[in-house]
Design a protein around this ligand. Structure first.
Ligand SMILES: [Zn+2]
Length: 234
């Protein structure tokens, strides 16, 4: 069977099922409860979709600049067929918070989710601020005690030798990350390409630091459990 885990990373799988951010059930059926539209600017309208989970009945809200719905023969509202619904939405509440593994510390997940939401809406200053804070929080959680940013990243690199060094090099090369500047508020926002690079780099690092060791530990535990069932195995 092919690896389907990429589907866990989506909000909407198709017009019938999604990954519910409230009850955290995957592949659960949903419906569109309400649809409104309003004028975002003089020449751009925005669609609002209120979606409900058929399992927990909670409602979420999703915004799109495109008409991405149609009706079936019973006049029931659905998202259009054969579109990547996620790619058409620029903002959702709740955000797709569940996309990041819950073994990653909550504060880091919240900040990255907020950064991604801001980036989707092209709020680059907000997204930059969130990512700066994510990196600082990570350095605090990991107890990096060096005085300056470069050395803190080097500490991480030494601590997590199995993680691709290039990832830490990317974090180390981020401009304006000296610890003084965060207090001065004198830094510039990053452009969207830089932000995407920083977000993806950080996600890869966090996965290596918090998720990979946990998966390895679970596997070892499962194997050890099996050895207990084999008589005479020591
Ligand atoms: Zn639900």
């Amino acid at each position: 069977m092919t690896d389907q885990s990429n589907l866990d990373k989506k909000y909407f799988l198709d017009r019938y099922v999604y990954n519910c951010p409230f009850c955290n059930r995957r592949n659960v059926s949903y419906g569109i409860e309400k649809h409104y539209s309003f004028d975002w600017t003089m020449d751009k309208s925005c669609q609002i979709y209120i979606v409900f989970c058929n399992s927990c009945k909670k409602q979420s809200m999703h915004l799109s600049y495109e008409h991405i719905h149609d009706y079936d023969f019973k006049h029931r509202l659905y998202f259009k067929e054969d579109i990547d619904i996620d790619s058409k939405l620029f903002y959702s509440v709740p955000t797709s918070f569940f996309i990041l593994d819950n073994r990653i510390p909550e504060i880091l997940r919240e900040l990255i989710t907020e950064a991604e939401g801001s980036l989707k809406m092209n709020f680059l200053t907000g997204a930059s601020a969130c990512m700066r804070k994510t990196i600082y929080e990570l350095l605090i959680i990991e107890k990096c005690s060096a005085l300056n940013y470069d050395d803190k990243i080097k500490e991480l690199k030494t601590k997590y030798k199995d993680t691709d060094h290039e990832l830490f090099n990317i974090l180390g090369h981020i401009k304006d990350m000296t610890s003084d500047k965060v207090h001065e508020q004198s830094w510039n926002k990053w452009d969207s390409h830089a932000l995407k690079l920083i977000i993806e780099t950080l996600k890869a690092v966090l996965y290596d630091i918090y998720v990979v060791p946990a998966i390895k530990a679970e596997r070892s535990k499962a194997v050890l459990q099996l050895t207990k069932k084999v008589k005479g195995f020591k």
